[in-house]
Write a protein that binds this ligand. Structure first.
Ligand SMILES: *Cc1c(COP(=O)(O)O)cnc(C)c1O
Length: 231
């Protein structure tokens, strides 16, 4: 087996263990975060069975997509969104995790080609209440969710968050619980949501305990990221 195949298998085993510990039998999807990785590495992961890949930079992602057209990959956009990139994102991705304001949602809705299924979106929330962090605050969440739900070319699937990194499992869980609680609140308000995108290489076990349905993992699969080239 290759190192990437090995890592994927080890992570799947950890996901399975965490689900057992959390008494869960629903699905936790592994999103392979491939930013800054060359297309050969994505192909290697694909050949090991990985199907969902997450990218942060539009141009970089599109250039990889061109080289992987023979692979049935589900592409997820997870990076910060500039409004001049919404058209390309709407054309080239199946999912967007990082919608954090109405203007961006409206532009994605407008640009989603009719030939494609509605774009799956998650609202990124700011769970740490730090003014500098991106993501909508919990107070404005329901308003944005309602606005997105009314957009025909978008399908609101759930929430995404990137809490401040911590090595302490208790702190990790406390941060993810804020996101999980916001998610349940929206469900109680009648939003039909099935996706909680939380957890990265260093905290995905904690995220699974707090209800993650997608974990976004990069360095543990592909190794340390090569430094990013301009694109
Ligand atoms: C880079 C990135 C990840 C993956 O981070 P790792 O620590 O390498 O697993 C997950 N989510 C987002 C939004 C990222 O930008």
């Amino acid at each position: 087996m290759t190192i990437i195949a090995d890592s994927l298998q080890a992570i799947q085993a950890n996901i399975h263990q965490a689900k057992l510990a959390a008494k869960r039998d629903d699905e936790v999807k592994l999103l392979a975060v491939s930013k800054a990785q060359p297309p050969e590495k994505l192909r290697e992961a694909y050949l090991a069975g990985q199907r969902a890949f997450g990218e942060n930079y539009v141009q970089e992602a599109i250039s990889k997509q061109v080289q992987l057209t023979d692979c049935a990959i589900e592409w997820h956009f997870i990076g910060p969104i500039q409004s001049n990139k919404t058209q390309l994102i709407a054309q080239h991705f199946d999912w967007v995790h990082s919608v954090d304001r109405l203007k961006i949602a409206a532009r994605l809705n407008e640009a989603r080609p009719p030939s494609l299924a509605p774009l799956n979106v998650c609202i990124q929330i700011n769970s740490s209440e730090e003014a500098s962090k991106s993501g909508v605050d919990t107070a404005s969440l329901a308003i944005l969710a309602k606005e997105i739900s009314a957009m025909p070319r978008l399908k609101l699937r759930g929430l995404m968050a990137i809490p401040a990194p911590s090595k302490d499992l208790t702190k990790q869980r406390a941060q993810f619980k804020i996101v999980g609680d916001a998610f349940m609140q929206l469900q109680q308000q009648g939003f039909e949501l099935d996706t909680l995108s939380i957890g990265m290489s260093d905290d995905y076990v904690a995220a699974i305990h707090e209800g993650a349905t997608i974990v976004r993992i990069g360095s543990t699969i592909f190794g340390a990221r090569p430094s990013r080239q301009n694109n």
